[in-house]
Write a protein of this length. Structure first.
Lengths: 234, 149
């Protein structure tokens, strides 16, 4: 049963997050296109980083939420956890796909290739496919609670790809460069550029939170509809 | 076709793609490119299979023939050097002293015949230093690379 949130406080929280998201995305765009300087080596095209990196990092967050919610579902068997996992997975798939698309556009002028099968790109493609499969698996299994259990297992397994993606540039030879920020030692990104990265990271984090709330409301409405149907049909 | 069959088909496609990726993709991706030393160690075994060779473009080795679009350079890993020949213009970030990965075939005694050049860039991002021009010009080099400074 999806918990019905308190309508008043829920609405004001939602509105606050919506306003913050809009402000954050505007600030993110400004910092990416105006505030941050162009890169010395790559020029203006490097600004794609301010979308590419926050999108994939927030999708890691989204799949981490899938991971935790799936564990909780297997433990507690409450459908709310399953709803959170499913909603978060949908947003994660969207953000991963966008990040791959933007990375591809960035790769063409810099690397000279839209795509290449190096370890970083391959393991990221696997992540996208696993969670696309996750979304399909749910609609394939007729019994909702069995479907939720299968998905929980797949969600947990799928998340384990993320540490592999992160380490891929360390473990194997890749075309993709190593991590600029999530690495031991100081960041390899100039301070002004870091501001733009963090601004966009926060903005996309807020967008994720907002989308998740909206998605859970749909899930709640669906359960309510089901309950009413059951009541009417007896 | 019912919704269920469509979903099963789609799901089957995803599972097949995943199996393929994990089986061949990861294995290939694990050895994404070989180094000049590894190529030399193979002892000039010329095969029809194309492979990837990665290394740093040796400073001073880059030559560009504008009339024939012939690009020659040497790749090094610090120990061995391999001569590479390519036809066509390279990506913007391809330059001497920078990392590059080339796809192509080994020839019997001639240079490595590259069919594709990919430039590696570092994970460092900084604005241009004072006095240095911005990097805008590099996106005008696609049509006519200014490879020799």
């Amino acid at each position: 049963m999806v918990k019905a949130p308190d309508p008043m406080s829920g609405q004001s929280v939602e509105r606050t997050i919506a306003v913050l998201t809009v402000v954050g995305l505007a600030a993110g765009l400004y910092s990416a296109f105006v505030y941050a300087p162009a890169d010395a080596v790559q020029g203006e095209v490097q600004r794609l980083m301010y979308l590419h990196v926050p999108l994939i990092l927030i999708s890691y967050l989204a799949f981490f939420v899938v991971f935790v919610a799936s564990l909780l579902y297997l433990w507690r068997r409450q459908s709310w956890y399953d709803a959170v996992a499913h909603s978060s997975a949908e947003i994660g798939v969207l953000f991963t796909a966008l990040s791959i698309a933007i990375g591809s556009i960035w790769g063409r002028p810099t690397w000279g290739a839209w795509w290449t099968w190096d370890a970083r790109l391959t393991t990221t493609a696997i992540l996208l496919l696993v969670f696309l499969g996750y979304l399909m698996l749910r609609t394939l299994v007729d019994d909702p609670s069995r479907g939720a259990t299968f998905c929980a297992v797949l969600g947990i397994l799928g998340f384990l790809d993320i540490p592999i993606i992160h380490m891929s540039v360390v473990w194997w030879r890749t075309l993709h460069q190593p991590a600029s920020m999530l690495r031991p030692g100081p960041s390899a990104v100039a301070p002004d550029m870091q501001v733009a990265l963090y601004a966009n990271l926060v903005a996309f984090g807020l967008l994720y939170a907002y989308l998740l709330i909206k998605r859970l409301q749909i899930e709640g409405a669906r359960e309510e509809l089901l309950r009413l149907q059951m009541e009417l049909l007896g | 076709m019912t919704k269920k069959t469509k979903l099963l088909l789609g799901g089957g496609l995803i599972v097949a793609a995943l199996a393929y990726l994990i089986n061949s993709g990861i294995r290939e991706a694990a050895v994404y490119y070989i180094t000049p030393s590894e190529l030399k160690a193979k002892g000039g075994t010329v095969t029809d299979r194309s492979l990837r060779l990665g290394g740093m473009v040796v400073p001073g080795s880059l030559h560009w023939e504008p009339k024939t679009l012939k690009l020659t350079f040497r790749l090094t890993d610090g120990k061995e050097e391999v001569a590479v020949e390519h036809t066509g213009s390279p990506p913007d970030l391809f330059k001497e002293g920078a990392g590059a990965v080339v796809e192509g075939k080994c020839t019997a005694d001639g240079p490595f015949q590259s069919s594709m050049i990919m430039a590696k860039h570092s994970e460092e991002y900084t604005p241009p230093k004072n006095g240095e021009g911005s990097a805008q010009h590099i996106h005008q080099t696609v049509a006519k690379p200014q490879l020799t400074p």
